[in-house]
Each structure stands twice: as structure tokens, then as C-alpha cells.
Design a binder for this molecule. Structure first.
Ligand code: ARG
Length: 464
């Protein structure tokens, strides 16, 4: 952080003493909120245009402000801007430099505005952009999942409940399940955007302003959908930050669940997939190791984002209206959630096409654990046995299979008929893995035909 001799506080009029050095370090936020510079400048440009339109400033003053702000934006982008901790935050840094640059007109920019409505506006403008980017990233991951699923509609793997073999499913079905989870996340982000895209500017410090401002003009210039209806609420509301972070935490929970499955599948015990070397690391001591670090780090990062959400909820919970300085501390958890989600989604998008499927291993694993037991019960029901009785009959058959180390498909017809005389030769086709998955042929089911249809629907919705 660079500092300048002449960085006089913009609020120093009523103060006789200098700010304590430790207090200054403790209370500055520019080291964090400078990230909002582009959106702060956008808000100021719209505010200055509006002030000129309602004749609070002259057109010449407006033009000087707009030019000055544009130059400041370029300076910041070039790395030529001197950020000062003494000037506290992004707003006062930019405003002070504007006045250094253009003189008197710069001092008029803050007319009819407060940092309280300014920061709320900056954050909404910034978040709107982040939401659009996160939705794009979510959709990229979803398209990669759809691509992979399309290639795996006939690949059979064990489906689990309680992590015990339950029924065979197709790998394409599993990948499309992930796609569904991320689809809800994208919807949630879009829904959150509606509440983000409302303009607090004009609320000023807390009560509004005595200038004849035109909030609808500023709203339109900034692309907001509406203006906030209550100035006290508008300067203190951080619901939109919490709601957004909560949507981020849920994205991370989903990515963490997906990562957990990848970690399991890549283990020698499952051995369903192989991860690319470029996404793994080795061990410093065990030469044979290839560790699934990327999914592990993503799984671990979900804890951070949950922490960010809890920090924000705790931050807001006992605040009286209206603005309180506590709110300044919302930036670190918010930015952390954004950075984490964006990085993890990008990694997932890059990793998905590189994962190799071991279809033989998946099939072999799907054969053990009596995966077609439900199919046998359903077969008996079709032959007129009530489901509860069928369940009992198959349970006894499974016990026999465990004892004799045989799958149901390996029983002879005589062996099967010990448990029910209704069983006939046609039973064998439903005891195969392929027969089992093909039988679940309705929307939402695991049959290859259904996965193909789900892929088509997803592609149409995602345009990929
Ligand atoms: N840096 C502050 C924040 O992030 C801006 C608003 C400060 N307002 C105030 N009255 N001190 O919340």
C-alpha cells in the first residue's frame, strides 16, 4: 500500500486529532475493496450524469468528472494508480484522486450521495457480473458432463444406496445426475440475480437526499431492473450477499459430492476411472502413489465457502438499522466465496473430458452384490405373486446365493424353482445387468434410451 503526504481525510473537518496509526490499519478497506474500482467508477459516472440532468452540477462539471474518472480507470488498469490506506476505501481513493486531477468539479461528485448507498450499489453491480460469469461456468461444466454422458449411455456400473450395491445403472445416468444438480445451481444463481439487480443509489446515508435526484435515470444508466423502495433498508441490506454466498455454498457442496465420488472411483479398490496425470500429484515417500489432489482440494474448499456463509449470516444478525461499519467486513468472505467457486468450476470443466472410464471394471463391480434382486422380485409380481411375498422369496434366494457364492443369474432353473414354482426359463433375461437397466425405461429411469433423451433435452436447454 503506497501512501502520500497530502492524503487528507475527506471527512476530517470536525476532527482535531489525527487517526491513531493502528486504527487506520485496522479500519482501512482499500486493500480489499479496490477490487470494486470498475463498478465504483461506473456508479459515479451514472451519478454525475444524473446530477447534471437535474442541474445540480453543470454540464461542464459533469464532463470534467467523466473524463477524470475515465483516466483514473485507465491508470488503475495500467497499475499506475497510487492506492492509499489513509484514504480508507476504494470510494475515497478514487474521489480524492479525481479532485487532485480535475480540481473543484471533483469535489461535487459526492453531492446527494453517501458511501453507504455507494458501496451497496458497487457490490450489486459487481455481483451481477460475477453471477453471469458463474452461470456461464456452471453451464460449461454441465455441457462437459452431457458430452461425457452421451458416450457412456451403455456403460453399466453399480448404483449405490448406503454405498452398498443396490441396482445397476448406466454411467451416463450418473453423470447426468451431476448435471441436474448443477442445473439447479444455475437456476438459483439466476433467481438470486433478480434481487441483486435493484438499485440502492439515491438512498444516500440512510434517509434519502434533499436534492431533486432522478433515481430512475440512474437506474436505467446502470442497467438495474428497479430501485430500492426504502432507504433505511437499502443501505443496510446485505441479504443479496448472503443469498449469493448461500448459492455458492450449495454449488460447493455439489462439487464436493462429485469430487468424493471421483476420489473413490479413482482408488485401486474401486478402479472405475483413471484421472489424468496433469490433475494428480505423487507422494514424496511412496513411489507408487498418484493422488487425486484436485478433487480432494475441491472437496476441502466446500468447507471454506460454508464458513464464508456462516461469517456473513453472523455479521448481519444483530445489526440495528441502518448502515453499520460491520458491513465493511462482508468483502473478504464474499470475495473468497467467489474466487473459490470460480476456480473449482473451471477445474471441473477442464478435468471432465480427461477422465478415462474403465467400463470393464465398472461392469465387473456391478455383477457382485446381487444387483438384480429387485428385478427378480418384479418378475415374480408380474407372475401374480404379491410384492411382499416376492420380496421374501428373493431374500431367501439371496441368502442361498451368499452361502453358495453364486449370483442369481448363475442359479440353475431347479435352484431358482426351490424358492418359487412360478419361476420359468424366461427369468434369465431379466437377471442380466443389461436387462435390468433396459427395463427402467421411463422418464428419469436409467435405461440407455432414456439417457439419450435426457442428453438431447439438456443439450437443447444448454445450447451445446
Ligand atoms: N468501506 C465501507 C464499507 O465497505 C464503505 C461505507 C462506509 N461508510 C461509513 N459511513 N463509514 O462498508
Amino acid at each position: 500500500m503506497s501512501e502520500q503526504q497530502d492524503d487528507k481525510k475527506l471527512w476530517s473537518g470536525r476532527f482535531a486529532e489525527q487517526t491513531d496509526a493502528l486504527v487506520e490499519m485496522f479500519s482501512e478497506s482499500v486493500s480489499v475493496d479496490r477490487r470494486l474500482y470498475a463498478h465504483d467508477i461506473l456508479g459515479s459516472i451514472a451519478h454525475a450524469k444524473m446530477l447534471a440532468a437535474v442541474s445540480v452540477i453543470t454540464d461542464a462539471e459533469r464532463d470534467a468528472i467523466l473524463n477524470g474518472l475515465e483516466e483514473i480507470r485507465l491508470d488503475i488498469e495500467r497499475g499506475d494508480f497510487l492506492w492509499s490506506a489513509e484514504l480508507e476505501d476504494v470510494h475515497m481513493n478514487i474521489e480524492a484522486r479525481l479532485t487532485d486531477r480535475i480540481g473543484e468539479a471533483g469535489k461535487k461528485l459526492h453531492t446527494g450521495r453517501s458511501r453507504n448507498d455507494q458501496i451497496a450499489t458497487d457490490m450489486r453491480l459487481y455481483l451481477r457480473d460475477r453471477i453471469d460469469w458463474i452461470v456461464a461456468l456452471l453451464n460449461t461444466v454441465r455441457c462437459r458432463l452431457v458430452d461425457r454422458a452421451e458416450g457412456e449411455v451403455d456403460t453399466i456400473m453399480p448404483g449405490f444406496t448406503h454405498l452398498q450395491t443396490a441396482q445397476p445403472v448406466t454411467f451416463g445416468h450418473h453423470l447426468m445426475a451431476w448435471q441436474e444438480m448443477l442445473g439447479r445451481d444455475a437456476d438459483r444463481m439466476q433467481d438470486c440475480r433478480k434481487r441483486v439487480n435493484v438499485m440502492p443509489l439515491g438512498s444516500a446515508a440512510l434517509a434519502g437526499t434533499s436534492y431533486p435526484i432522478d433515481r430512475h435515470m440512474t437506474m436505467e444508466l446502470l442497467g438495474f431492473d428497479a430501485v430500492t423502495e426504502n432507504s433505511l433498508d437499502a443501505v443496510s441490506d446485505r441479504d443479496f450477499v448472503i443469498e449469493f454466498t448461500s448459492a455458492c455454498a450449495l454449488i460447493m457442496a455439489h462439487l464436493s459430492r462429485m469430487s468424493e465420488e471421483i476420489v473413490l472411483w479413482a482408488s485401486p479398490q474401486f478402479d472405475f476411472i483413471e484421472l489424468p496425470d496433469s490433475f494428480c500429484t505423487g507422494s514424496s515417500i511412496m513411489p507408487q502413489k498418484k493422488n487425486p489432489d484436485v478433487p480432494e482440494l475441491i472437496r476441502g474448499s466446500s468447507g471454506r465457502v460454508t464458513g464464508d456463509l456462516v461469517a456473513l449470516l453472523t455479521l448481519i444478525k444483530a445489526q440495528p438499522l441502518a448502515y453499520n461499519r460491520d458491513n465493511q467486513t462482508d468483502k473478504e468472505p464474499l470475495f473468497d466465496a467467489i474466487d473459490t467457486v470460480e476456480a473449482c468450476l473451471r477445474l471441473f470443466a477442464d478435468m471432465m473430458p480427461l477422465i478415462k472410464t474403465k467400463a470393464d471394471r465398472m461392469r465387473t463391480a456391478a455383477l457382485s452384490g446381487f444387483p438384480t434382486a429387485t428385478d427378480l422380485a418384479d418378475y415374480l409380481v408380474r407372475k401374480g405373486v404379491p410384492f411382499r411375498d416376492a420380496h421374501e422369496i428373493v431374500g431367501r434366494s439371496v441368502a442361498y446365493g451368499i452361502k453358495n457364492n453364486k449370483d442369481l443369474a448363475e442359479f440353475s432353473l431347479d435352484e431358482l424353482q426351490q424358492f418359487s414354482s412360478r419361476i420359468e426359463d424366461d427369468v434369465y433375461q431379466i437377471l442380466t445387468l443389461e436387462g435390468s437397466v433396459a427395463a427402467r425405461n421411463h422418464i428419469g429411469g436409467t435405461a440407455p434410451e432414456q439417457i439419450k433423451a435426457a442428453v438431447r433435452r439438456a443439450r437443447a436447454g444448454l445450447d451445446c
